[in-house]
Design a protein around this ligand. Structure first.
Ligand code: GTP
Ligand code: MG
Length: 197
């Protein structure tokens, strides 16, 4: 798929104010600083489209981007960001989970995992929650340019093994780098296939 147009539509803290659920939608979720906003910019080829930062906690709203006037990419706030109050964390968590659970037009959740690390409990638990809710998701391993492909493959194998404790089949996965554009065609191709039904 070629991204011909990518347009910022809105930022939201209220589910009631989201765009009407009339177009297929793909949500990017993962730990704070994992590279969600960078991946959206890489996939769309628009550097400043989603705001990125070295400081975790940059994205604090549900951001809708309209692609090729056909479907939405959604940038979500990261989970597991330590430097906010507990009550705020709980509010965000509830808001994001309500969005994921109730959004009728959501086709698939892309769960971003930092490929540099061994499986983290928070990521595995989040995948388990998606599974419990019966939500369709794929794994996107980010920042693959930061280490050798051997190390990346090892961490991916460990993560898939961790999921096998609860899932009979592990979901599809992609390896990406927003720096080198690794995985761009694969992720866009996947979305294209789902859009075609
Ligand atoms: P929050 O909005 O805070 O949850 O973070 P995020 O998941 O949107 O992360 P963001 O895209 O802002 O990236 C965080 C940092 O990681 C930035 O400094 C990016 O430049 C860097 N980064 C993201 N993806 C990659 C990548 O593939 N390779 C490298 N080397 N750096 C990356
Ligand atoms: Mg972000």
């Amino acid at each position: 798929m070629i991204v011909k147009s990518a347009e910022f539509i809105c930022s939201n803290t209220q589910i009631s104010k989201l765009p009407p659920p009339e177009k297929p939608e793909y949500a990017f979720i993962g730990r704070s600083n994992v590279g969600k906003s960078s991946l959206i910019n890489m996939l769309t080829g628009k550097k400043g489209l989603a705001k990125t930062s070295q400081t975790p906690g940059k994205t604090q709203l549900i951001n809708h981007f309209y692609i090729n006037e056909q479907w939405y990419l959604v940038d979500l706030p990261g989970y597991g960001y330590a430097r906010i109050s507990k009550s705020k964390k709980e509010d965000w968590d509830k808001f994001i989970r309500t969005y994921l659970d109730k959004r009728e037009s959501l086709q698939c959740v892309l769960v971003l995992i930092d490929s540099r690390h061994e499986p983290q409990k928070i990521d595995v638990e989040f995948c388990n929650w998606l599974g419990e809710k019966g939500l369709s998701f794929v794994l996107v391993f980010t920042k693959a340019d930061k280490q050798s492909s051997i190390k990346t493959d090892q961490n991916i194998a460990k993560f898939r093994k961790a999921l096998l404790a609860t899932f009979e089949e592990v979901p599809q996965f992609f390896v990406t780098s927003s720096e080198s554009k690794l995985g761009k065609d694969e992720v866009l191709g996947f979305i294209d296939e789902v859009n075609k039904g």
